[in-house]
Design a protein around this ligand. Structure first.
Ligand code: TXA
Ligand code: MG
Length: 335
């Protein structure tokens, strides 16, 4: 199959809509990361997503909508708290886990009775959802286990020959995936993202819980609720270890072990070893924008062993740490 990479003009948006209405899989830009989309109400179309990315079938998909009429086609019994979060953050980078409509196929929900729903803010994604008149199921458009793609080139590298079309909407402005929060029974954040715990608590006027799997590897009995947490994620080919230490100590270690450093941009000029920057030490949003690109650059320079500087965990920094921790297969050392 030939994979076209096209600008999102009127004709190409029409082409994307036609493909989606014919049960095909298409990659579109979103403000978080690029997604791989198919008709969320069609089991066979959704199976195409799993095939294209080699994704395990037990990991459910997020359904993307463009308006509130579409919401009723995918979810039901929506709580007041859920409505408050939609009002505050949609369109935007937060996915709400809600009770699913019966029409949502098993390929989307992975057998759960819930569905993750998000209204993205990227205008290309919104327009394709609206014009195709389909709720679109979509994971990040990477091969399973790889870093999520933040531009069309990385989607092409991972999925070339496996999908017919990628719409190129430039770089994703946020760079890490949406915050995932369950509003079925308890309110629990399953995945930290651009919308932070304190943003959410401010809107709801109460405290919310964080899932155990955010800071450490989840035990077998806890993975059933958020299957995505158990899978290996975001990993470059290199072996990454997060090092909680000063740049000086990390640099010494890297020199001794002939390793590459993944550091804040401020330190790039100080190193005598290979180093890739992932944003300013003081700017977590910039780290979010750059992290996945920097992980892919480690592969491009052929890094084998990598020591990564520990991000600050405040605000969006928690999302950065959460992704880096998975890329490092939970290896963290303190010096
Ligand atoms: O920003 C994003 O969320 C991007 C863009 C494309 O929208 N999408 C994305 O999808 O990151 P994906 O499939 O890579 O991650 C979705 C996460 C997974 O960890 C999955 O387990 C969880 O959301 N999830 C989806 N539906 C769920 C459900 N019903 N219950 C619990 N977790 C769910
Ligand atoms: Mg993903």
């Amino acid at each position: 199959m030939q994979t076209l990479v096209l600008k999102p003009n009127e004709n190409n948006i029409k082409l994307a809509c036609e493909l989606l209405n014919n049960s095909q899989v298409v990659s579109l830009p979103t403000e978080t990361v690029y997604g791989l989309f198919a008709n969320a109400l069609n089991h066979i179309a959704c199976e195409g997503i799993f095939k294209a990315k080699d994704r395990p079938m037990d990991n459910p998909l997020i359904v993307h909508i463009s308006d509130y009429d579409m919401l009723d086609r995918v979810a039901k019994n929506i709580s007041e708290d859920a409505k408050k979060l939609m009002d505050a953050f949609w369109p935007g980078a937060i996915t709400l886990i809600l009770e699913k409509q019966d029409e949502i196929p098993n390929a989307v929900s992975a057998g759960l009775n819930t569905v993750g729903v998000r209204m993205p803010s990227n205008p290309v994604a919104l327009e394709v959802i609206k014009k195709s008149n389909l709720p679109l199921a979509g994971p990040s458009a990477n091969r399973s286990g790889r870093p999520s793609p933040t531009n069309s080139e990385y989607v092409f590298k991972d999925l070339q020959g496996r999908i017919p079309l990628i719409l190129d909407g430039g770089d994703s402005s946020i760079g890490v995936e949406s915050t995932v929060i369950s509003l079925v029974d308890d309110i629990i954040i399953y995945r930290p993202g651009f919308v932070t715990k304190s943003d959410i608590e401010e809107v709801l006027g109460k405290s919310v819980k964080m899932s155990d799997g955010i800071y450490e590897e989840l035990s077998e009995d806890k993975i059933a609720l958020s299957p995505g947490l158990k899978h290996k994620h975001y990993a470059p080919k290199a072996e990454i270890t997060i090092v909680n230490a000063s740049f000086k100590d990390i640099h010494e270690l890297a020199l001794k072990e002939k390793a590459t450093i993944l550091c804040f941009d401020e330190y790039l000029k100080e190193t005598e070893v290979w180093a890739i920057g992932y944003g300013s030490e003081k700017n977590s949003s910039e780290q979010a924008v750059k992290l996945f690109t920097s992980l892919r650059k480690l592969d491009e320079i052929g890094a084998k062993k990598v020591f990564a500087m520990m991000p600050n965990l405040d605000g969006v920094g928690l999302a950065v740490y959460n992704r880096l921790l998975r890329a490092a297969a939970f290896r963290v050392i303190n010096i």
